[in-house]
Write a new protein. Structure first.
Length: 314
């Protein structure tokens, strides 16, 4: 059996590999490339051989390749590094192995390179890291939620004791306006504390939503009373009530928390002060929902919150 020519064997191996293989001379001209390299460049073999990097790549890429070649020739040792090259399909990440090829007497003749495309592997690694970060945040929020739920539950029990004792005091205290005013203030503060614990329990997912008929105008008015103390004197809060908004079917604690959260975000966007406007109106939805988060067709109460802050990047 005839032994194949060694050059033919080498050529067959080079063409069979999916990696981009090239050989350059000491002047940086390509003297040998395989089909995988040509496909990446988007040119024919004939259009590549004899050219240098500046004739084939964007200037920045070409400059990086030339510097890497110089480093390999200076050390005389093979180097492996990660590189980015812009081909026909756009930027791709490669694991590049570069070394020096020489004649039988040890004289340097040029540089060879093998580039393995790791773009998909890199993307998969980035996706995995993002997933890990999302899982970490989820676990962190779950831990915070459990802690919050436990504190809120204990605090709710304390408030129940306070309310119970206030009811007992009302039976023994003298019935005069001054005493009644003090007791009423304690009751209002305690009930407000129960509302806050309700928000905390909802945050910790220990309390299911309890939708019911809610007077939207009255709810927003109650939120504004809280905001007047929270936002400070540098932010002016105005509301525009609407009789059309009327009654909505919603969880009052969740709706109040939503309005409060947006208002507090608006405060952070106005460190030097400004104006916060809350408007109530109605909206009709006619189109079918595209996903489960979209509202179904119907008539809705609408709360719009506008501030004069810096806004956010697009």
């Amino acid at each position: 059996m005839a032994i194949p020519n060694s050059y033919d064997i080498l050529q067959a191996v080079i063409e069979a590999t999916p990696d981009a293989i090239f050989v350059k001379d000491l002047d940086g001209r390509y003297v040998l490339v395989n089909e995988a390299f040509a496909r990446f460049i988007g040119k024919s073999l004939a259009d590549i051989v004899g050219k240098n990097d500046f004739e084939l790549y964007p200037e920045e890429d070409a400059r990086n390749f030339v510097e890497a070649d110089k480093h390999v020739l200076a050390t005389g040792m093979a180097q492996q590094f990660e590189g980015v090259a812009t081909g026909e399909a756009g930027p791709q990440t490669y694991l590049v192995t570069k070394g020096v090829y020489q004649d039988k007497d040890g004289r340097f003749l040029g540089v060879y390179g093998i580039s393995h495309d790791i773009s998909e592997l890199k993307h998969a690694h980035e996706t995995l890291e993002q997933t890990r970060e999302a899982l970490f945040r989820s676990q962190k929020m779950e831990a915070v939620g459990q802690l919050t739920g436990g504190i809120a539950h204990d605090f709710n029990n304390i408030l129940a004791i306070i309310l119970g004792n206030i009811e007992l005091l009302q039976a023994y205290l003298p019935q005069d306006p001054y005493t009644s005013e003090i007791v009423d203030a304690i009751v209002r503060a305690t009930l407000h504390g129960k509302d806050l614990t309700g928000h905390l329990l909802a945050f910790s997912r220990r309390r299911l939503l309890n939708p019911q008929a809610v007077d939207v105008n009255a709810l927003v008015a109650g939120v504004v009373r809280l905001l007047s103390r929270t936002l400070g004197a540098t932010i002016q809060v105005t509301t525009t009530a609407s009789h059309e908004a009327g009654t909505a079917f919603a969880d009052p604690a969740a709706l109040e928390a939503a309005v409060l959260n947006v208002a507090l975000n608006a405060r952070d966007a106005m460190p030097e002060g400004g104006a916060l406007t809350i408007r109530m109106s109605t909206a009709s939805v006619t189109r079918r929902p595209k996903n489960e988060d979209d509202p179904t067709p119907g008539h809705y109460a609408l709360i719009e919150i506008e501030d004069t802050g810096c806004g956010i990047e697009e």
